[in-house]
Ligand binder design. Structure first.
Ligand SMILES: C[S@@+](CC[C@H](N)C(=O)[O-])C[C@H]1O[C@@H](n2cnc3c(N)ncnc32)[C@H](O)[C@@H]1O
Length: 266
């Protein structure tokens, strides 16, 4: 692992301890049967019953296990050993059937065998990936011919905007193109809970829309759908309104907050 992945993995390992106790992840609700997938994810995935599904960057597996509850035969992968350990604990507690693999997604072919009907990843996925083409190569590698890739994430323009506490407005800060690793210090994670993190250094990469399109095309994937939404999966900016399906909207704004893309392996 290079210094970027090592810092990010330490950061994610520490977040797991905070996230599993947070209202945001609501593990208790999940254990009582609540799905952790929002209405956009469910719509884009469609019927998963009986399908072999690989969930990339699955965190501690609540969405993976929510898909198992819907009848999919699931495998989740993540490079955080703490996340995978907790995913396995949740699997035992729920009595569901699921496999979990601990690996850097870009090297997953060295740790997992098999072919899948669906490869899925959502929300907070691509900012951690320096080489988007390699990510799509991995997704393509694990798909059966005719299999489907389904992704949803923050819109590529998300990196451009940030809410300024000082000015009380959203301002443009960049970057848009993938030119280098961006080092950030984040003392707190995005969930509720005010525990200050020790492993607070993280590295992120921006990816323009063209990189998603070309990464699919160059790795044997035919794009069948691309959508851009005014909704986000969490309260990205202050004063957003919660709407049905677990989504948030910034009233009066037309900033694209989320995108989805579906591809078929040729
Ligand atoms: C925001 S979470 C994924 C969101 C997921 N929908 C959720 O909330 O359950 C991002 C995940 O990506 C994982 N991750 C980041 N970089 C990775 C890498 N290079 N290889 C594998 N997993 C990685 C982190 O460990 C984390 O669990």
């Amino acid at each position: 692992m290079n210094k970027y992945f090592e810092a990010n993995r330490n950061n994610w390992n520490e977040r797991v301890g905070i996230h599993k106790k947070s209202k945001f992840y609501n593990v208790e609700g999940f254990l009582k049967g609540k799905s952790s997938l929002d209405s956009l994810e469910l719509e884009e995935l469609g019927d998963v019953k009986g399908k072999k599904l690989l969930h990339l960057q699955c965190h501690f597996g609540m969405s993976t296990l929510s898909l198992a509850r819907m009848g999919a035969e699931v495998t989740g992968a993540d490079f955080s050993d703490e996340a995978i350990e907790f995913a396995k604990e949740l699997t035992k507690k729920t009595g569901l059937k699921a496999e979990f693999v601990c690996s850097n997604v870009l090297e997953l072919n060295e740790h997992l065998k098999g072919e899948f009907d669906i490869v899925f990843a959502s929300y907070g996925v691509f900012c951690w990936i320096p080489d988007l083409s390699r990510w799509f190569e991995i997704a393509s590698h694990f798909l059966k011919p005719g299999g489907k890739l389904v992704i949803l994430d923050g819109h590529p323009t998300n990196h451009l905007f940030e809410y300024s506490e000082q000015k009380k407005e959203i301002e443009m800060i960049g970057p848009y193109f993938n030119t280098k690793a961006h080092r950030y210090i984040e003392d707190y994670t995005y969930t509720d809970g005010d525990k200050k993190m020790v492993n607070n250094v993280e590295y992120e990469w921006a990816h323009p829309f063209s990189e998603f399109v070309m990464s699919a095309i160059n790795n044997g994937l035919r794009i069948t759908s691309v959508k851009e939404y005014l909704y986000s999966s969490y309260e990205m900016f202050p004063n957003m309104k919660k709407i049905n399906g677990g989504l948030w909207i910034l009233e009066g704004s037309d900033l694209p907050l989320t995108f989805s893309m579906k591809c078929v392996k040729e």
